[in-house]
Structures are given as C-alpha cells and as structure tokens.
Design a protein around this ligand. Structure first.
Ligand code: 1HN
Length: 347
C-alpha cells in the first residue's frame, strides 16, 4: 500500500500559502478542461413579464438621475456579476417621452437593439439617429453618446431597447475609462442619415481613409435587413441549422461591426425545425417577430416577440419556429476569432 501522503501534502500547502504559492497539480484539470465548462446557464426573459416592472421603474427614478435607466439581464448562475455570459453584458433600457439620458463616453463598446416603441433618438459622435423597432445601432468605444425621446409626429411613447456591451471583457483586462460631458445633450454636428449615405450602400466616399476598429455605419435599419431576409426566403431553402442567417458587417473591412461583438439577424420560416449545433461563443438572442421554441442543451424555451434568451458557450441549440420568426443575436465571436480559439459544430 502506498504511504498516506495527504496529510503531509496538506501541511506542505499550509507552509507555502503565506508565500502566495499554490500547487498547480491540485487545479490543473479545472484550469485546462477537456471541453468548456461554463458556469453560465441558458435563460429566457419574457418581455410581457418584464415590461410592467420596466415601466414601474419610470415612477421611481428619471433617466437623468439614473444616467441610464436599465434593468440588467443577469445570468441566473452569475448573480452580482452584471453579466449575461462571462464576456457580455445585456440590459433593457427605458426612455420615457421628454426624457434625456445625458452625454458620456466610455471605453466599452455598446450596441442597441430597439425592442419596443419608436420616436427616441441616440446621438453618436455628433450625428443623431431616430430609433425604430428592430434597428441595430452602435456606440463605438470612446464616442460621446446621449439618448432622448422627443416623440415623432405627435406620437410619443416609452421606448425600450436591448443594450449589449463588452463590459465583462473590459473589466477582465482592467482597461476601463469613462467620462461625463459638460452638456447633457451633445451638439448635433451632422445631418441625420449622413453616415448611412456615406457607407450604407456598398460605396465609400472616394478619399475616405480614416481607419477605426468600429464600423462607420452606426445605425443598421431593420427595414433594410428584413428586406434581405424576405428575398432569401423567397429565393432559396433555409440552412438546416440556422435558417436564413446573415451577419452584420463593417463595410470597410467585412469584419464585425465592433471589434468585440458580432451581430446577426436570421429568419426561421414557419414550421422550421432546425438541426442541433453549438459554438464556443455564447450568444444573446432578441426575438423581433414570430414565435417558436429554442431547445438549449435539452431545456425548452418558448419564445415570442421582444423576448430575450441566452445560449451559453458550447450549449447545444436547436431552433424551431411555429410562425415565420426573426431573431437578432450577438456574441463575442470576433474576440475568439482573433485568438484563434473559436470552435463550432454542426451535426
Ligand atoms: C451605458 O453607457 C449605456 O449609453 C447603457 O446607454 C448601458 C451599462 C453599463 C455602463 C454604461 C448607454 C450601460 C452603459
């Protein structure tokens, strides 16, 4: 019988601990797992259930006092982390008619995906864009941004969007900076639609040379993206795993719109029963239209318009649609690609 060394080992660990030394052989298997072992769990937030609570927040605090009046969608298995996956933050932001969310900037990149209501605007780097449901809008790292809701043509209503940020990644690198602007609302220096006219039509101003890590288009209107999906639906069969799925691009590079976050829009035709697939980039989905079922690692989530759900890294996903359904999604894919570690499986 081998000698019992466990007590000697334990007292050895006790002797080295004050020197801030730990034995790798006790943690090696957990540090370098055979395959991903995320603590993140699948979850779905039903918009109908959340909306009353979101509206109630407007009676408790103004957008101005809150700075950003947001209910954070926190992964149920990551309490206290303000994270929906280990690398991504998501929240639902509310802006009431007449309110302003004051101008500030930060290193974290943000996306807005408009979920409910119209007539709000966001101003990014001196250009304002009006928000419509389904629009995908970017706030690049370190660009000034403020939001407001003035209503449109006498129609004023609460506006809600999904925020997606790379907050956990920036926190991981301890690389966060932020500052508030002197004025609540930044000066509007460019006409609305200016960047879309320059960069949104597969064309670029002839002497454009400015290089940035982020797309020069900061609003990708839903009407345009939806039209593309409708044409594909008429013209070809859906992919067996993902239906008709398109990736948003930075038109200058063909890469992701933001350096840290990839975004997608997909259409699942009525009756679609997708095959199982998985990838190492955990994803956040926002349902735009239609309903169906997301089977995530054996758990079933019924989804409908405006719901949000999260698919953890390497979880098996099977998508089913009971009506034509359109899903927006985002993930940390470009970072994993830059590191050369992205893995996907379609079986
Ligand atoms: C932020 O600046 C916004 O600008 C939204 O709308 C959510 C979450 C954490 C930190 C900054 C926004 C945010 C945020």
């Amino acid at each position: 019988m081998p000698p019992d060394t466990s007590q000697e080992r334990q007292s050895y660990y006790d002797r080295i601990r004050p020197l801030h030394l730990t034995p790798l052989w006790e943690s090696l298997h957990a540090l370098v797992p055979k395959e991903p072992t995320t603590p993140c769990v699948p979850a779905l937030w039903r918009y109908d259930e959340i909306r009353p609570h979101l509206m109630a927040s407007a009676t408790l605090i103004t957008a101005e006092e809150a700075v950003r009046r947001v209910l954070v969608l926190e992964n149920p298995a990551l309490p206290g982390s303000s994270s929906i996956t280990q690398s991504l933050y998501a929240g639902l932001q509310l802006i009431m008619p007449g309110e302003v969310a004051p101008a500030h900037r930060h290193v974290q990149s943000a996306l807005r995906f408009i979920v409910d209501g119209s007539g709000a605007y966001t101003t990014v780097g001196g250009e304002r864009t009006t928000m419509q449901p389904g629009d995908f809008i970017i706030t690049p790292s370190w660009d000034w941004h403020d939001h407001g809701n003035e209503g449109m043509a006498g129609n004023s209503e609460p506006v809600v969007w999904l925020d997606g940020l790379d907050i956990p990644m920036v926190r991981f690198f301890d690389a966060g900076f932020a500052e508030n602007a002197d004025a609540q609302v930044q000066l509007v220096a460019k006409p609305e639609g200016n960047s879309f006219a320059r960069f949104g039509h597969n064309m670029v101003p002839v002497r454009h040379t400015h290089q940035s890590a982020t797309s020069p288009i900061f609003s990708y209107p839903y009407a345009r993206s939806r039209e593309a999906l409708a044409a594909l639906q008429r013209q070809e069969a859906p992919d067996a795993w993902t239906g008709h799925k398109l990736r948003y691009i930075n038109p200058l590079t063909g890469g992701s719109p933001m350096p840290t976050i990839a975004t997608f829009l997909q259409l699942l035709p009525q009756g679609f029963a997708g095959k199982a697939h998985r990838s190492t980039d955990g994803s956040v989905y926002s349902v735009v239209e239609g309903s169906g079922v997301a089977e995530i690692s054996g758990q079933f989530f019924n989804f409908g318009p405006r719901d949000t759900f999260v698919v953890p890294s390497w979880a098996t996903l099977r998508l089913n649609a009971s009506t034509d359904a359109v899903l927006f999604s985002f993930s940390d894919r470009p970072v994993q690609q830059a590191m050369g570690i992205l893995r996907e499986s379609f079986v």
